[in-house]
Ligand binder design. Structure first.
Ligand SMILES: Nc1ncnc2c1ncn2[C@@H]1O[C@H](COP(=O)(O)OP(=O)(O)OP(=O)(O)O)[C@@H](O)[C@H]1O
Ligand SMILES: [Mg+2]
Length: 600
């Protein structure tokens, strides 16, 4: 007797259904995607008992002719592709012709549809078999009602959770779709109560606001970047707000919502050094890549995609988010006049400002060092302002970048005051601002050191008398593990037998820079740190050395030093946060101050 038999199609459909329809939320997703594919401009979703009892999706899309409505319930019947080659760059959500038959095989289904207002068709089916077909009158569009999901598949039904839990997944699924398709009006109700009713939204920000409230939208900054053929846009949570509310993530690739931990991790990497380790930022990101560089047909529920070159995509995401956070910080926090690469300027600083003047001679050390840091990032700014990198007024040393461009405004620095030898204070249009001098300097140095580690240029100072350093075995090991990187930072060190080091050169000494202490504390902090990837290792070393090398709370700063620090901070990518994620800048807004004084 033959032991192999081809399964009857109803059984095969049920098995396939297991992959496509796991629970009510997955049926909702498939039905709404069908509605979207039909060109609907408004979709109504009604759920009962978490979708266990009823899922009804109505749309005003293309509708179906009678024959198509019947065919739609058969496996591999699709209007969306014809050839395997159509799969490359397929734009519709559906393409397999699986969803309706799969749902139909495990429920009682009613499809009512009409290709134009007037004559339409109703199809009744149960457990995959058509029971009744009749003519009806209805508006253009389609309504699919799924009753008693898994009524004939007890094994599957057992795995359904309670109505509340299933409803939560439905709500999550619908929220995701709502974020993705802002061009469609969407309503969702559960047991007769409206959960949301969303008008068409022009932007992701608007959709977020109508879904979760304006407060949530306000806590996000815009991401918008193009890198080669990859486009990344969306919203990312402001570092200062991360961890204050529940986390939300949303990732789409070429218009398809996907779960993609790689992309999420890449975006999180952009936050490194702005938030404490362990905090997870909210992010809603839309990635667009060339259609032939991604495969969307690798997951039964299309929840994952495969990239031709994942690394390139992830780096583009990381860079886009990093830029978004940087832009936000720099423009908002300091109110400092800056020129971005493409020549656009941010809001000017307040009216009562002074021109940047050279540092007082007494502070040449720190000033020169900070000034050098500033040259790294702000050379064009200096050149345009006609200043010299050493801070002295004079003829420009470099030819202007664009000879016929309009002369740019000079760099402006507000009057600065040092408080408690710890904070710098100034006022601007929005309020009073306090800057933590150590955190600020640390941020400046961190970015400078990162530049040195990644681009490799090390202005160092040869010591007249080499330093001798005796290390513990653990410190010695940390030194060996970071030897090359320390050299890049300007520490020229020779092993001197055992765990004794001879230090010949150190990075940019300034009057307050204690090279020996810095090196020793850095090695102590890096003990046991060897396994990390190169970039993470760079970040950790740069952060450690920056922390040790920065001016401390309690150091008195001259006016020149404060100005130099202010400018250098304004030129960092993330001035508002130190490398541990703490605030560098605290602002007391005028309205808040007025409230405190009872003026408002
Ligand atoms: N709401 C709808 N409006 C108009 N046509 C629809 C609707 N729902 C389904 N159809 C038609 O029925 C066909 C089968 O739908 P089904 O969801 O089973 O497959 P698909 O969307 O083509 O592919 P996939 O299985 O990947 O979703 C579709 O190709 C489409 O032609
Ligand atoms: Mg479909």
């Amino acid at each position: 007797m033959a032991r192999i038999a081809v399964l009857p199609s109803a059984v095969a459909d049920q098995i396939a259904a297991g992959e496509v329809v796991e629970r009510p939320a997955s049926a909702v997703k498939e039905l709404v995607e069908n509605a979207l594919d039909s060109g609907a401009s408004a979709i109504d979703v009604a759920i009962e008992e978490g979708g266990r009892q009823l899922i009804r999706v109505s749309d005003d899309g293309s509708g179906m002719e009678r024959d198509d409505a019947l065919l739609a319930l058969e496996r591999h019947a699709t209007s969306k592709i014809r050839l395997a080659s159509d799969l490359v760059g397929v734009a519709s959500f559906g393409f397999r012709g699986e969803a309706l038959p799969a749902i139909c095989s495990v429920s009682q289904l009613l499809v009512e549809t009409a290709p134009a207002d007037g004559a339409g068709t109703a199809v009744h089916a149960a457990g995959g078999a058509v029971q009744e077909v009749r003519d009806i009158a209805r508006r253009r569009g389609t309504t699919v009602a799924v009753s008693r999901l898994f009524y004939n598949a007890p094994a599957r039904q057992k795995f359904l959770r309670g109505a509340r839990s299933e409803w939560r997944s439905v709500l999550e699924t619908m929220t995701t779709i709502a974020l993705n398709r802002r061009d469609v009006r969407l309503t969702l109700s559960h047991d007769g109560k409206v959960a949301f009713s969303l008008p068409v939204a022009g932007t992701l920000r608007d959709r977020v606001a109508s879904l979760w409230g304006a407060g949530v939208a306000d806590r996000m900054v815009d991401v918008e970047d193009v890198r080669g053929a990859i486009q990344v846009s969306g919203l990312a949570e402001r570092p200062a707000d991360v961890g204050t509310a529940s986390r939300r993530t949303f990732i789409s690739v070429n218009g398809r919502v996907v779960r993609d931990n790689g992309i999420i991790r890449a975006a999180e990497a952009a936050y490194r050094s702005t938030i404490s380790a362990g905090l997870r930022p909210s992010m809603l990101l839309e990635v667009v890549v060339p259609a032939d560089s991604v495969d969307v047909n690798v997951h039964p529920a299309k929840a994952e995609v495969r990239f031709l070159d994942r690394w390139v995509v992830e780096r583009a995401v990381e860079e886009a988010v990093r830029r978004a956070l940087g832009t936000f910080d720099a423009s908002a926090a300091l109110g400092l006049r800056r020129w971005s690469a493409n020549g656009a300027s941010w809001a000017p600083a307040p009216a009562d400002v002074e021109l940047l003047r050279p540092a007082a001679p007494d502070s040449a050390g720190l000033f020169a060092e900070l000034d050098a840091a500033r040259d790294d990032v702000a050379a064009p700014l200096d050149q345009r302002a006609g200043g010299r990198p050493d801070g002295m007024p004079g003829e420009p040393e470099f030819p202007p970048l664009q000879p016929d461009a309009e002369p740019p405004p000079p760099i402006v620095v507000p009057p600065l005051l040092q408080l408690r030898r710890t904070y710098m204070m100034f006022e601007h249009d929005d309020g009073v601002v306090l800057i933590d001098q150590h955190s600020a300097h640390e941020r400046v140095l961190y970015e400078r050191f990162m530049g040195m580690l990644e681009r490799g240029e090390a202005p160092s100072q040869r010591l007249l008398f080499p330093l001798t350093l005796h290390l513990t075995p653990a410190e010695g090991e940390a030194f060996e593990a970071h030897r090359e990187l320390l050299a890049k930072l300007g520490f020229e060190v020779e092993g001197f037998g055992g765990h004794t080091l001879l230090v010949n050169s150190v990075p940019m000494p300034h009057p307050r820079f204690d090279a020996e202490r810095c090196l020793r504390e850095t090695l102590a902090a890096l003990t046991g740190d060897r396994e990390s990837a190169a970039h993470a290792k760079h970040e950790r070393l740069a952060a450690t050395v920056a922390c040790k090398a920065a001016v401390k709370a309690g150091d008195e700063l001259s006016l020149g030093e404060m100005r130099a620090l202010f400018i250098a901070l304004g030129d960092t990518k993330l001035p508002a946060h130190d490398v541990h994620g703490r605030s560098t800048i605290v602002q007391l807004s005028w309205p808040e101050l007025e409230r405190r004084f009872g003026r408002q």
